[in-house]
Design a protein around this ligand. Structure first.
Ligand SMILES: Cc1cc2nc3c(=O)[nH]c(=O)nc-3n(C[C@H](O)[C@H](O)[C@H](O)COP(=O)(O)OP(=O)(O)OC[C@H]3O[C@@H](n4cnc5c(N)ncnc54)[C@H](O)[C@@H]3O)c2cc1C
Length: 386
């Protein structure tokens, strides 16, 4: 019989950050159980790696205000590169309603301590990205500390440090059942045998609902496919530009290697465990790309290099973080709805704080993230989704 102080189901960036933060706080007997032979095969390895604090709710902004400085100091702190590149996020507004929305969000962001975010005129925007078609651009919003990280490398840094601190990772090991004894101890059944622990954390990404169901809990997390298109090398636009978001239709892109990474949230996508890339998606994205950046008409794309992964969607597009009232000792770290990489540092700290001391200072209202909010009807509303 194996035992651990905390069992973490899932060894992606979220499980790895939780293990790191727990071991930094002195909780050393941490076991990560990962089904795949390598970490990062879930959503973490498929991510676009964008990090931003330009959100619309206090709790999401505060999670970014912990996470982005953490990524900025990551390499020194963990002795491993996170690949943080502060190239910014540029939201490009083409309607007055967009500008009002961005201004309102900036007031909240600034009130919470995000001082660098600024409104941009159309001329400012063209200074940053001269290749944009600007006849309908009214202005926008830019935050220079937003940017990109390397999700795989950050995940590896977290888990490497956690292991140095005493944590253990079981790879190629699947969790198949979770039961509770009358004294509150969990028995986690895995393909390597049973593990007993008083604390279990669900960090299973898009598969989180299945893990919760094993423990008899209904967790509203659904998988939703997202596809990304890397271009072949292209020098017609600078590689120092920010993530650019065309608010007209949600098309966004950023520099990646010697080319660009193109993304768009297809409103016709339906939930499910879909991992294949649809070749038809390329035309949909390239049409929007060339519409906003005319020289992108000459972009070359190799469909074989494009990929699909899963967002883990929650009903209100916020993470679900905290202990289940109905099952003490069982914690959720799920439902990030496309923000799991950027919010992994804050999530790891919050979960470690809750387990070790029952509270956290990372966000003002941690209860807002709790799993019980759905039953209680206390849903949050994040509209700045990409
Ligand atoms: C195309 C795309 C672009 C994205 N872009 C961004 C972005 O720009 N910025 C951002 O912040 N986020 C982005 N995301 C979202 C981000 O990737 C996820 O929110 C994040 O990776 C979630 O991390 P995780 O550790 O919770 O999940 P995962 O990385 O999926 O890890 C969960 C792990 O649990 C394991 N597991 C599942 N079931 C079991 C079991 N029964 N037993 C043992 N192990 C199990 C899986 O194998 C997996 O490794 C993007 C996602 C996609 C798909």
């Amino acid at each position: 019989m194996h035992t651990a102080d905390v069992v973490i189901v899932g060894g992606g960036i979220v499980g790895s950050s939780i293990a790191y933060h727990l071991t930094e706080q002195g909780c050393r007997r941490v076991l990560i159980v990962e089904r795949e032979s390598h970490q990062g095969k879930g959503s973490t390895g498929k991510s676009m790696g964008g990090v931003r604090a330009q959100f619309t709710t206090p709790v999401n902004i505060q999670m970014s205000l912990y996470s982005i400085p953490f990524y900025a100091a990551f390499d020194q702190r963990l002795d491993h590169p996170a690949g943080y590149r502060p190239q910014g996020y540029l939201f490009v507004a083409t309607r007055n309603s967009h500008l009002q929305y961005l201004e309102k969000n900036q007031n909240l962001q600034k009130s919470l301590g995000l001082h660098d975010v600024l409104m941009m005129s159309a001329a400012n925007i063209l200074d940053l990205v001269p290749q944009l078609r600007a006849d309908d651009i009214l202005g926008g919003s830019f935050c220079p500390t937003d940017g990109f990280v390397d999700p795989y490398s950050a995940m590896t840094g977290f888990s490497k440090k956690a292991v140095e601190n005493g944590a253990t990772i079981w790879k190629s090991c699947e969790v198949t059942g979770i039961s509770t004894a009358s004294d509150g101890t969990f028995a986690v059944t895995t393909s390597r045998g049973e593990v007993q622990s008083r604390t279990v954390v669900n960090a299973a990404g898009a598969w989180a609902a299945e893990i919760a169901r094993m423990a008899g809990i209904d967790l509203p997390v659904t998988p939703l496919r997202r596809m990304l298109i890397p271009t072949e090398p292209f020098d017609g636009v600078s590689h120092e530009i920010p993530m650019v978001i065309d608010m007209t239709n949600g098309f966004h892109f950023r520099p990646e290697s010697r080319g660009f990474l193109l993304a768009w949230n297809d409103p016709e996508e339906t939930p499910g465990y879909k991992f294949h890339f649809e070749p038809d998606f390329i035309e949909k994205v390239l049409t929007r790309a060339a519409d906003r950046v005319p020289c992108f008409e000459n972009l070359a794309v190799n469909p074989k290099r494009a990929w699909a992964g899963l967002y883990e969607m929650s009903p209100d597009h916020h993470g679900i973080i905290g202990e289940f009232e109905e099952l003490p000792g069982f914690y959720a770290a799920n439902g990030f709805s496309g923000h799991g990489v950027m919010h992994a540092p804050a999530t790891g700290k919050i979960v470690a704080d809750l387990i070790m001391s029952g509270g956290t200072k990372v966000v003002t209202d941690v209860a807002a993230l709790s799993p019980s909010r759905f039953r209680a009807g206390r849903l949050l509303h994040e509209t700045a989704l990409l």
